[in-house]
Design a protein around this ligand. Structure first.
Ligand code: HDD
Length: 727
């Protein structure tokens, strides 16, 4: 740093600068216009009236303009005299500001907040008998992929833990072109026909007069729309469940939602629904945790994925398919073309066909995550659409939206969107065309022989499934789409009591933010068709004087559908603590052996340990070793961790007991049903926080004696200590 040592020197420096400035406004150029002084590896560039610090790296390539002209000074605009007007001729400054002014492209109208990563898909077995899709022909074949996870309603800067659907979009760069599987973490959708999509999204997004609330459905417009659209009720059950507040992208499922077709080389079609299953199992946070996480770390999900990949713990998912034929489709209780319905896995098991490994972060967020353009219309030979009216509408919308966002029909020239296989066509020109065909022919048929460009190839070309279609043109919703409540009921009844309670609480929370009582009442009237007990609990939570009459359903909801355990998170939680984090509260003097044991057991389980302490520079454990700290106490609340431990010396405990953040660390962990490990010092903090012996249930694991750390980490394999919630 360049701090003059005394006042006299400071004054002299000021005076000489002022003299220099005067000299320059007078048009006289002083000899030393830019002074450079070396301080360690920091170069101080001192010009008139200001200084900048640069790390000195002499061999660095020079900074240039976009035209490649090296830049001598990136700190000061060209002026006439030191204090004179800026000169229009300064192309360096003008080019820089011009480009900055145009840095933003429109954010996505939905799914604006997202996080993209790269990886590969590996095929398990050949599916040649079912589909001729090239990527599914050869066992062990690896296909490059780009995956973008997202929320739906919030803008680009909204927090990660909003209660919302998560997008799970996968771009497969196959040898026969790009296949985009643009799915969500929920297997059904709100609406049946794409024509209602703008209404749905308008209702969910901030209300148009006031521009809020941001990234949440807890407002009048959303519930007004929902209460008038009974077809949305199944999906509403999902978004009111913990599926809408996942622990991270690594612990959630993905679904293609629609029924698609696989088509084999002989032209035979098989219906298919796609599922992504995370290898780490399913896990969500609880609502209070989500609310606090949004403040403590609004980037919690993207940071989690980034850190996992950077640390070599690449998340993996299995791609599974539910395959069925016309005969099943005809006898299934619901219409397979209706995107508000799922096919229970117990009815058609999910067959794993490959694995997705996400092992690379992007080099540049904008270039890849922001510019990636998914289109449901991107299918490859062997994969085809069905007449699902939502899917067909999407096929228009995605291509259309890319033109708006990326500004040119050449958006597939961008590296993230370009096929990895050879491609050749006669489409030309347009904004930013930088992959351009050579030669004379830009049309076909042509007679230019070898120079005439590419030709159609009926044997390798995409063949649409030859489905027979007939019927009068009409605007009509088929009768087979009319049952809106049976699967909503199936979903609710397939949850554990803990999960059902979370759904009730979520509904009460959301509806309590609705100002108009008629809307609240109409939603409850609709919920009666799902489950009377659910509706009663919500009505009680809202303080409704009496239960309203149920909304008349178009079709009487079924009571005979068997529960589907596959729909519950808790029934499908992780079996190990792998991939999760335990946060350990420590201070100077924390017991070295206990900490070492926790780290050993956590490492053996494939989980991570983060130390939280009052200072960031590190603390000394009981053995005198300096320990690296992940979070300073006030910035590292327990919501950031899946389980917590408190390891404190007596003196450390006394210091911690005085701190609100330390007491909150354990009370929050308690109220979020987390497993808590504690030693003697930790016990003092628990007592001070009001979690004395009678409140310490079996979710509390004493860290005393050999094997205690192993017991603690083994307990953490359960998602949470749920009995604490019910008691
Ligand atoms: Fe959509 C983006 C998933 C219905 C119109 N959608 C988008 C993304 C995902 C989904 C994951 C983000 C892709 C990315 O990361 O860039 N959308 C779905 C699913 C749906 C669905 C699973 C129902 C099954 N979407 C849907 C309908 C329409 C759209 C019915 C319009 C008729 N969706 C869009 C869009 C977006 C989009 C406006 C915004 C940005 C983009 O496409 O690239 O075109």
């Amino acid at each position: 740093m360049t701090k003059p040592s005394d006042t006299k020197a400071t004054n002299e420096a000021r005076q000489s600068k002022a003299a220099a400035a005067r000299a320059r406004t007078d048009g006289k150029q002083p000899a030393e216009d830019l002074e450079e002084v070396q301080y360690g590896n920091i170069e101080v560039h001192r010009g008139s009236g200001g200084e900048t610090h640069q790390l000195s790296e002499p061999d660095r390539e020079p900074l240039t303009t976009q035209q490649g002209v090296p830049i001598a000074d990136d700190q000061n605009t060209l002026t006439a005299g030191a204090r004179g007007p800026q000169l229009l001729e300064d192309f360096v400054m003008r080019e820089k500001i011009f480009h900055f002014d145009h840095e933003r492209i429109p954010e996505r109208v939905v799914h604006a907040r997202g996080f993209g990563v790269r990886g590969f898909f590996e095929t398990y077995d050949s599916l040649a008998d079912i589909t001729c899709a090239d990527l599914l022909q050869r066992p062990g074949e690896k296909t490059e992929v780009f995956v973008r996870f997202s929320t739906v309603a919030g803008n680009k800067g909204s927090p990660d833990l909003a209660r919302d659907v998560r997008g799970f979009a996968v771009k497969f760069y196959t040898k026969e072109g790009i296949w985009d599987l643009v799915g969500n973490n929920i297997p059904v959708f709100f609406i049946q026909d794409a024509i209602k999509f703008p209404d749905l999204i308008h209702a969910a997004k901030p209300e148009p007069d006031r521009g809020f609330p941001q990234a949440q459905t807890a407002h009048d417009n959303f519930w007004d729309f929902i209460s008038l659209m009974p077809e949305s009720m199944h999906m509403v059950m999902w978004i009111m469940s913990d599926r809408a507040i996942p622990r991270s992208f690594r612990f959630m499922e993905g679904f293609g939602v629609h029924t698609f077709r696989f088509v084999n080389a002989k032209g035979r079609s098989t219906f298919v629904k796609f599922h992504w299953k995370p290898k780490l199992g399913l896990q969500s946070v609880v609502w209070d945790e989500a609310v606090k996480l949004n403040g403590a770390d609004p980037d919690f999900h993207r940071r989690d994925l980034w850190n996992a990949i950077k640390s070599g713990a690449s998340p993996e998912y299995e791609l599974g398919v539910q395959l069925f034929d016309d005969e099943f489709a005809d006898r299934f209780e619901f219409d397979v073309l209706d995107a508000t319905k799922l096919i229970p896995e117990e009815q058609i098991p999910v067959r794993p066909i490959g694995r997705l490994v996400l092992d690379q972060t992007v080099d540049n967020f904008f270039a890849e995550t922001e510019q990636v353009a998914f289109c449901t219309q991107n299918v490859v030979r062997g994969i085809d659409f069905t007449n699902d009216p939502l899917l067909q509408g999407r096929n228009f919308s995605y291509l259309d939206t890319q033109l708006k966002r990326l500004g040119s029909p050449n958006f597939m020239h961008l590296p993230v969107n370009a096929p990895r296989c050879p491609f050749a066509h006669f489409q030309q020109d347009g904004h930013m065309a930088f992959i351009n065909p050579k030669g004379r022919a830009n049309y076909e048929p042509n007679s230019w022989g070898a120079e005439g460009g590419p030709r159609e190839d009926p044997s390798r070309g995409y063949q649409t499934f030859r489905e027979q279609v007939s019927g009068p043109k009409r605007r009509i919703r088929p009768e087979s789409f009319a049952d809106h409540y049976s699967q909503a009921r199936l979903f609710y009844r397939s949850q554990t009591p803990t999960e059902q309670l979370h759904m009730v609480n979520a509904l009460v929370f959301e509806l309590s933010k609705v100002d108009k009582s008629a809307i609240r009442e109409r939603v409850v009237a609709s919920l009666i068709n799902v489950d009377a007990q659910l509706a009663t609990q919500v009505a009680e939570g809202l303080g409704l004087a009496s239960l309203p009459e149920p909304l008349p359903p178009a079709v009487e909801p079924r009571d005979d559908l068997p529960e589907s355990p596959a729909l519950s998170i808790i029934k499908n939680g992780p079996t190990r603590f792998t991939g999760r984090r335990v946060g350990v509260l420590v201070d100077d003097g924390s017991d070295a052996d206990t900490l070492a044991a926790i780290m050993r057991e956590a490492n053996a389980e494939g989980s991570m340990v983060a130390l939280i302490a009052p200072t960031r520079e590190g603390i000394h454990d009981s053995a005198g070793d300096l320990l690296e700290i992940a979070e300073k106490l006030e910035g590292g609340p327990s919501v950031l961790f899946d389980a917590v431990a408190v390891v404190l010396s007596q003196a450390g405990a006394r210091r911690m007991c005085m701190k609100f953040a330390a007491r909150e660390f354990v009370t929050d962990a308690h109220h979020h049903f987390k497993f808590v490990g504690y030693d003697e010092g930790g016990e003092l903090l628990l007592d001070a926080a009001g979690i004395g012996q009678p409140r310490r249930d079996d979710g509390y694991v004493p860290l005393a004696g050999g094997g205690a750390a192993a017991t603690f980490i083994a307990a953490c394999r359960e998602l949470r200590y749920w009995p604490r919630q019910i008691s």
